[in-house]
Design a protein around this ligand. Structure first.
Ligand code: ATP
Ligand code: MG
Length: 446
């Protein structure tokens, strides 16, 4: 068992240490005045500042024989500092100036292709091969009128065009399109680009572009940042912020203290959208994204009716996360999003879709008849004793069959399950995402 000598750490505080972050682009030295106050997450944040494009979930240091030792927690960090202190002392006793503490960031792979539902889509040519295609002038110049605030924002984000994007790996595909990780050369930033093939008229393309304009105005830490959208031939590319933890559907059962923090972000994100009179319309785990900084953001909300309609013409089916009133084709509103929050979080807590009779092996779109049980039957209940009363109450309220009986936006935010986790503690989610990515990496033998 590892016994940490905390005296070592306090002794180091009197003189401070230098940490050398070894990156592919070179070394980066940072002075740390009080090593005893340093925690694992602080150091990860510092590493990410130096390597903004990498998904850093842990780092390593070398022991006296050159073996690499991984650091993934505060405990392991203390062990590393303690080891370093001893080395430093030895070097001093030999009349040498101590070397900086060298650490080697471990950049994990992003979640990558999951297709856990065995979904099959048409394989289309990789846009990387023809991104030299000229963008129609009308789109490139973006002749649509913008307010000065919007323009300022677009300029800050950098207007993106197809020529400036280098496509990297495929992150996944859904019912409408394929999402790629990509690098925007001019903006020097990593993007997620969703490419959706659409056989529509130029008029409709313009209408979609105009409907997407509202995305420039969305500004919330709980909503994925939208950078740009453009058509090339019959494909629309939608460029957004890249989230290195991917979507929640690929994580197994999520423990309640993590799920609580995620729920707070999701409720805040939805409240923000609703305040702009935008219904999300597609709340589900694959549209909730996380990153190694512990941020949680919503994506794929239906701001463009034309885009949603055009995709729906190609991909037929009904979304299994839809509220009963939507499945039955009735009118719906905010309460339908609230149902989808309930069923999504129930799935995330259980690690399986809450209606066992519905096998979601075809993605989230299903034939309507298969979803009839959501309309006809009582909502599912949790197994007894496995989850807190507050959580069970939250889900039960969100999944009331009568839309009006579900919590209204204010009540959602004030629910005791949400208030108890509304503490701004991103570290809980960050540590959990990093741990899961590390586990996945180990399973893949990386
Ligand atoms: P649907 O088409 O019904 O929305 P979906 O959400 O599974 O289904 P996509 O929206 O095409 O499908 O997304 C595919 C996958 O790409 C997601 O499940 C997610 O893992 C990944 N992804 C999407 N956007 C991002 C992003 N901004 N950052 C990182 N990964 C992303
Ligand atoms: Mg999606």
């Amino acid at each position: 068992m590892l016994i940490l000598d905390l005296n070592n750490l306090c002794a180091m505080d009197t003189e401070g240490i230098v940490i050398r972050i070894k990156t592919p682009a070179g070394d980066m030295d940072s002075a740390v005045d009080c090593p005893s106050l340093l925690n694992f997450n602080d150091l990860l944040v510092a590493i990410r500042d130096v390597m903004p494009e990498a998904t850093v979930t842990a780092f390593e240091y070398e022991d006296e024989v050159g073996d690499r030792i991984t650091v993934r927690s505060d405990e392991e960090l203390k062990a590393m500092l303690s080891y370093y202190y001893n080395t430093m002392n030895e070097q001093r006793m030999n009349g040498l100036l101590p070397d900086p503490l060298q650490i080697f960031p471990r950049a994990g792979k992003t979640p990558g292709n999951r297709n856990i539902h065995g979904l099959k889509v048409n394989t289309r040519p990789n846009p990387a091969n023809d991104c030299t295609q000229a963008v129609p002038d009308s789109m490139a110049n973006n002749s649509l009128k913008k307010s000065s605030a919007e323009l300022k924002r677009i300029l800050t984000n950098g207007q993106i065009s197809a020529q400036d994007i280098n496509y990297q790996e495929q992150l996944g595909h859904g019912n409408g399109g394929t999402v790629y990780k990509a690098y925007h050369v001019l903006g020097k930033r990593v993007l997620a680009v969703k490419v959706i093939p659409l056989d529509i008229t130029v008029e409709l393309q313009k209408q979609i572009m105009s409907e997407l304009e509202i995305l420039y105005k969305c500004d919330s830490p709980y909503i994925i940042t939208f950078f740009s959208a453009f058509f090339v031939e019959n494909r629309i590319s939608i460029c957004t912020e890249f989230m290195d933890g991917g979507s929640l559907d690929v994580y197994k059962r999520i423990p309640e203290h993590v799920l609580g923090r995620i729920a707070v972000a999701v409720v805040k994100g939805l409240t923000y959208l609703w305040s702009l009179k935008i219904l999300h319309r597609d709340v589900k785990p694959s549209n909730m994204l996380v990153n190694t900084r512990g941020q949680v953001k919503l994506c794929d909300f239906g701001v463009s009716t034309q885009l949603v309609n055009s995709i729906a013409k190609t991909y037929v089916g009904t979304n299994a996360y839809m509220a009963p009133e939507r499945i039955s084709g009735e009118q719906y509103g905010i309460h339908a999003d609230v149902w989808s929050v309930g069923i999504s979080f129930m799935e995330l807590a259980l690690g399986m879709f809450p209606y066992p009779q519905i096998q979601k092996n075809q993605g989230s779109l299903m034939p309507l008849q298969l979803l009839q049980c959501i309309v006809d039957e009582d909502p599912p209940v949790f197994p007894v004793g496995q989850f807190s009363e507050k959580f069970v109450h939250f889900i039960t309220q969100c999944m009331r069959r009568q839309p009006k009986e579900r919590p209204a936006p204010n009540n959602l935010m004030e629910h005791s399950f949400i208030t108890q986790f509304n503490d701004g503690n991103a570290e809980v989610v960050s540590m959990w995402v990093c741990r899961c990515l590390e586990e996945r990496r180990a399973q893949q033998g990386l």
